[in-house]
Design a protein. Structure first.
Length: 373
């Protein structure tokens, strides 16, 4: 709260100098999205909409380091800066963040991460138009800090977060141009994917080997069971996909399968700007509610999303061939766009553990049949 009070005290001064920068035409726009991979992919309609409205403008994004590669080839952005959350802790961190923003001389900022540091830094960064979302879950400190923005768009429970983002853009004269997600592979992505797959000519089914949030993950035993069912009952090959943090889990899965020649362990082997080339070669992707699942959705790959604790009203795959598996439990959903726990308060993770490998494979069969009809 100290930083919010300091910002309130200094607001008249910074608002005065920000107003001096204000002009009729917007030419420099900043978008802040420092959430995880799936959230960044679901935010790509914002980048596209801004670029379509301001084709000659300079559009900059501030993202987390994990998502930097994801947007490195985005045609809608001119600059991408990666900052870690720890870099703007304390008063010194907020002053450095404000200085970075001030150097960009932005006419407007669209903050998709509604939090105190950005509320303060955008004011001190002399951005005349400061837009953000009012979360459906937030505390008193942010409610107070939210008044430092020039425009708020309330996120209503039960609506898609991406729709809230696009409604926020109306302040800039931008109309909703659709919720279609995008990914942006590097030029060498196809070569990298082909080198990994080798001469494998079977139909490919991808399985996410882990999750950025351990509360959501299926676990190596269940994935191994699912992989064996797929290998036994279809002619497909299985591609294990994940980040470097999933390497040990992937090794355990690979060691437990019956037909190792039809399993490709791609975990940790492709960076985010190369991974789309592998995903687009899949006939089907199976994963929990995580970044790779949304990458598959962006590429219109048939997918099965084991949603677990996630609120599908906030954010979900929108493809015509996206199947969502989520058991109806009294505690589901407990994970929302602006309130996402990393541990199960009941200690059971029943929303994930109650989904069997056989139930998932039943959805696999339906999607494969649909693709052949």
């Amino acid at each position: 709260m100290f930083y919010v009070l300091l910002a309130y005290i200094s607001k008249p001064i910074f608002s005065f100098f920000a107003a001096l920068r204000k002009k009729g035409k917007l030419s420099r726009i900043l978008v802040i999205q420092t959430a995880k991979i799936g959230d960044v992919i679901c935010s790509t309609p914002v980048f596209r909409a801004i670029r379509e409205k301001f084709p000659a403008g300079r559009v900059t994004a501030i993202v987390s380091p994990v998502a930097e590669k994801l947007l490195a080839n985005c045609p809608h952005l001119d600059d991408v800066f990666a900052i870690d959350n720890s870099s703007y802790k304390g008063l010194g961190g907020k002053l450095r963040l404000a200085a970075l923003i001030r150097r960009g001389r932005y006419d407007a900022a669209v903050c998709l991460n509604p939090n105190v540091p950005f509320a303060v830094a955008l004011l001190w960064g002399l951005v005349p138009v400061r837009l953000t979302v009012m979360p459906d879950y937030c505390g008193l400190t942010f409610k107070t800090a939210s008044l430092l923005f020039t425009r708020l768009e309330k996120h209503a429970a039960g609506s898609l977060l991406a729709e809230t983002y696009l409604n926020l853009l109306k302040e800039l004269g931008i109309k909703n141009n659709g919720l279609g997600k995008e990914v942006y592979p590097a030029e060498r992505a196809d070569r990298a994917a082909e080198g990994l797959l080798g001469r494998m000519d079977a139909e490919l089914i991808g399985i996410g080997a882990g999750s950025g949030n351990r509360m959501k993950e299926l676990g190596s035993d269940k994935i191994a069971r699912l992989t064996n069912i797929i290998l036994e009952r279809t002619g497909a090959a299985v591609v294990l996909i994940g980040s470097v943090s999933d390497i040990e889990s992937a090794k355990k899965i690979s060691g437990s399968v019956s037909d190792k020649e039809r399993v490709i362990n791609a975990v940790g082997k492709l960076e985010l700007d190369l991974l789309p080339a592998l995903i687009k070669r899949l006939s089907l992707f199976i994963g929990v509610d995580s970044g790779i699942t949304y990458m598959a959705d962006a590429l219109s790959i048939p997918l099965i999303n084991i949603a677990g604790p996630s609120d599908m009203n906030d954010q979900r795959p929108l493809g015509a061939n996206a199947v969502i598996i989520q058991n109806k439990l009294p505690c589901v959903p407990c994970s929302h766009a602006f309130s996402s726990p990393y541990t199960c308060r009941l200690g059971t993770r029943e929303c994930v553990t109650s989904v069997s490998a056989e139930e998932i494979f039943s959805a696999v069969e339906k999607l494969l049949r649909r693709a052949k009809d």
